[in-house]
Design a protein. Sequence first.
Length: 604
Amino acid sequence: MPEELYLKNRKEVGNWRNFPCETFARTKQNASIQEVQRGISSIIMREVQVNMNNVGRKDTLAGFVTPLKKMHFDGNKFGTGGDKKIVTIFSVLGFLLLVIASINYVNLSTAKASLRSKEVSIKKIVGAGTKNLFGQFIVESMVTSFIAQLVTLVIVKLALPWFNGLTEKTFNLSLSSFAMWQVLVVTLIITVLLTGIYPALLLSSFKPLNVLRGNNILKIKDSTLRKTLVTAQFTIAIALSICTIVILQQLHFIQSSNEGYNRSQIFSFSIPNSWASSGYAVNKTDIIKTLKNELSKETAIENITVSNETIQNIGMSMGGIADWAEKKTGEEPVITLLSVDADFRKVFKLQLKEGRWYDPDNATDRHNYILTETTVAKLGLKKPYIGQYFSVMNDTGIIIGVVKDFHFRNYHQKIDAAVLLNRADLKGNLFIQSAAAKMKQALAKAEATWKKFFPRIPFEYKFMDAEFEKMYRTDTKTAELISIFAGIAIFISCLGLFGLISFVAEQRTKEIGIRKILGATITNITTLLSKDFVKLVIIAIIIASPIAWWAANKWLQTFAYRINISWWMFIEAGAAAIFIALITVSFQAIKAALANPVNSLRTE
């Protein structure tokens, strides 16, 4: 690396206001994290005061310490990609699905209680105690849950490759893992508790004399508990459906919003850090200039520009690096820096609000600056902005333009202050805009040119559109997974509803037969059997709506730019739930209504 560039880079690394890398340290045993953090902050403050000529000036710079095991989920500080909230959300959703499935088991067990009443009564008469019967039904529930768990493991094993592809993660079903066995055992215990306790208590409590006399063993006909459980099932399913609609609408909003820059037909590649060892005996700036000239000759390439980072996710932000005419004492705002060239605006279609863009023939523009609207407002600049004194990292110039704000980070973060400068030594990323329908030719030319300069280094490029999608990949995957959870929840709820309507139709066989003989139509019978269940779904919609609003609103709060939750989202999810419930109930209701009333009345 040339000596001059080495000294510049060394200077930037030695800047106590610039933190370009992560530092790892082993603390003493039982050391306090808070004390270590305070010690690091005091060192930074001292060095800034002494080495940065800031004696007497107040600074707010501070260090932070994070244990290594927590780094994965500390995405805000380290960008490691882990999100503890997402893990928590899907853990809760998994538990809710378990609850919904358990509700089905409880509903069907209690609904079929009358079929086992005589068995229980006879066992009690011959000497079986309540504890013995309770234990029997708990064991039955445990066996059923254990078999279900074995089937689940097989399904998970088969579905794991698909799930890994969906989430773009690598999950393994390792039965040799102690943590996996903990999950399996805890899940089995929870399932047994959810599905076994109430049915066991109910079945073991029957009084033999009442059963043998033919009395109603279920004190409340068409149990209130079963209705409550069905309502709970659909409440969860409808809440998930509403949240899915909100998430999909937010993602659509992001996709259709104007980011303030163009990203169509653009791909990029970076000059490698090892450029000096490539055998090309010129400095980095000259390499970039030569590359631009070579690529500009290709007709498939429309425009080329260079910058220090991609416009979509600029990471170069520092505090205490800027100076301007009306700066107040102690004012050290964090500013994001984007080094651009004269063609940058042409490629990305940035909109100038005032002033002009950089002129390639104007040598003084290497020291001038273009500010965004937010920067002007944050720094409190007064009109006229053009021509005012401005300095970044002691490089003094003037403001020559103001551009409209653009999203240089994702929609989770509010647009902050950004300064566009024209520093050749910072640039290392080339952005190429291909002509219409000529992307393949442009890529081929770029790769051929790359190999002339860096024959030993693979050519790697990125599409702007793909990188944009990548920024919201976690949100997209969240939407897909919640949609799947919602679909499964509705399916399981409908299975329970189908089982209950079948039981009700069976219990009311004679009533249906009598009504048909007296002139009731199929529509009358279907309505009679369906209306109570539809009422439960409507109640579930009423309960689910505020819960879903709260959950969806909490998720939307993570976005600085977001949609408003509209009433039609609740109507759409509710209408879909009623429609699905009607189809589920009507199938069995119509079947019962079509039955021959003579056969129904003969049934004992």
